[in-house]
Design a protein around this ligand. Structure first.
Ligand code: OGA
Ligand code: MN
Length: 200
């Protein structure tokens, strides 16, 4: 936990191997695989043009609802992180939303931001990998407003990535074998009455 908080404090992001007890990652992957029939093509923001969508991202997703013990266990562990982040950075993160994501061979997610200033209440993004693909599907994190890659993360079961949502453009390179993860967002209350968050 201290490593996560230190890295967030110093760099705005953290990459932590084996962030969760091994059993829960296995259970989540199992849960994810069982729910595959319900996965849907992912959306990007309010853009509903599906042809455009598939040029930007090709993964399929399913929101976690707490429908299984694996999901409730994961959300309980994430809540520990939420409270620690709040305590350390004097933030008021009140909520966490997350979805399973499946990248089939060839699927990608082009360089993007998860939140735009004043347009979303997503403060921190998280990605938790559920399997270890043989190759491909790396996450590239870019420096703010630049093309410089500051982190290249090869997905590995149990690795957790946390980063400031408005600060770091990032992308997922084409998967070379099936890639399963949970992408999530810690949210802060804001006063944007009447606006709807972009669905991920
Ligand atoms: C996302 C995302 C990164 C990853 O879902 O918004 O950027 O490594 N995911 O899966
Ligand atoms: Mn993203």
């Amino acid at each position: 936990m201290d490593t996560i908080l230190d890295n967030i404090h110093e760099h705005g992001y953290a990459v932590i191997d084996d962030a969760f007890p091994a059993g829960i990652i296995d259970a989540l992957l199992q849960d994810c695989l069982e729910n595959q029939p319900n996965f849907k093509a992912a959306g990007i923001g309010r853009q509903q043009d599906s042809q455009l969508n598939t040029q930007v991202r090709k993964d399929k997703t399913l929101w976690l609802t707490g429908a299984s013990p694996a999901q409730t266990d994961f959300m309980a562990l994430i809540d520990v992180l939420r409270l620690e982040v709040n305590r350390n950075f004097f933030l008021g993160l009140f909520d966490y939303e997350c979805h399973y994501a499946k990248y089939a061979v060839g699927d990608f997610y082009k360089k993007h931001l998860d939140a735009f200033k004043g347009k979303s209440n997503r403060v921190f993004s998280t990605v938790c990998y559920l399997n270890t693909p043989d190759a491909g599907g790396e996450l590239l994190i870019y420096a703010q407003d630049s093309d410089n890659v500051i982190a290249r993360v090869a997905p590995k079961a149990g690795t957790l990535v946390v980063f400031e949502s408005e600060r770091f453009p990032h992308e997922v390179l084409a998967a070379e074998s099936e890639r399963y993860s949970i992408a999530g967002w810690f949210r802060m209350n804001n006063s944007m009455v009447g606006t709807v968050d972009p669905a991920s």
